[in-house]
Every structure is written in C-alpha cells, then in structure tokens.
Design a protein around this ligand. Sequence first.
Ligand code: TYD
Length: 139
Amino acid sequence: MHNSLRLEDIEIVAIPEVVDARGKLIHAELDQVLPFRPERIFVIYEVPDKSIRGQHAHRQLCEFVIAVRGEVSVTIDDGQRTKTFLLDSPTKGLVIPPRFWRSLFNYSLDAVLVVAASTKYNADDYIRDYEQFLEFIKL
Ligand code: TYD
C-alpha cells in the first residue's frame, strides 16, 4: 500500500484533539488518520541528550509516530533526498512508510514518542546498513 509513496507524499498528519475542562484527548482512527491497522505499539522515552535513534529502514513495516510529550526531529531519506519534520505536539503524527531511511534526533529530555506499527516485531525487516538500503530501494 505504501510502497509506492514518494518522499513528497510524506507530510505531518493532523491528529484530532478534544479539549474540555477535564483535559485533552487525541484520537487516531483507522483510515481517517491511521493508514494501517496496527499490530504493535511501542513507546520511546528518557532518551539521553544528543542520542540519535532509528538509523535504519524497513522492508515492509509502516509506522505512525506521535510525540505525545516534548519534541523530536525526524529525517526521512529516500536515498536521494531528505525531508525533516519537527514533531512537537500530540496533534502531529508522522507516517513513515517502508523503504525510507529514518533518523530521529534532537529529542527533548521530556520527549515521549508513541509509535504504532503495522506488524509485529521482526528483526529481519530491518535494514541497518545505509549502502544495503540504497541497493534495496533499487529493487
Ligand atoms: P530499535 O528499533 O533498533 O530502536 P530505534 O530504531 O529507536 O533505535 O530497537 C531497539 C531494541 O529494542 C532492539 O534490540 C529491538 C528491541 N525492540 C523489540 O524487541 N520490540 C520492538 O517492538 C521494538 C521497536 C524494538
């Protein structure tokens, strides 16, 4: 589904927010906000200053990333060009399709990232070598 996406198709997605006197709530529903049915969630938090995470691509996996607290920068690389996004609000989501190299950096100390993933964890789905990534996307 996402394999044909181009770098220019990747944009911040607006996540609906409901605010009332009791606080705030965000929600992401299949097809409206979430372009896939998640099989897994994971959360990244307490990232030490200057740490860079990611630095890999996926063969099949699609991810949806929200910084529910704090902020992080995400660079998406299609092998030729890059685009960098700032996730600094729970109302901003980023879909990272397969076949793009990603780096997550400039984590604020309070950053908490919630990631919905389209498949269960599979170490074989990772491409951790950039040269190998460049070869893979030619296929
Ligand atoms: P990794 O995906 O490399 O983290 P990042 O891309 O943020 O740098 O995962 C770090 C470790 O956590 C790695 O040993 C695999 C493990 N892990 C799981 O066991 N299950 C998961 O769902 C995820 C995302 C990671």
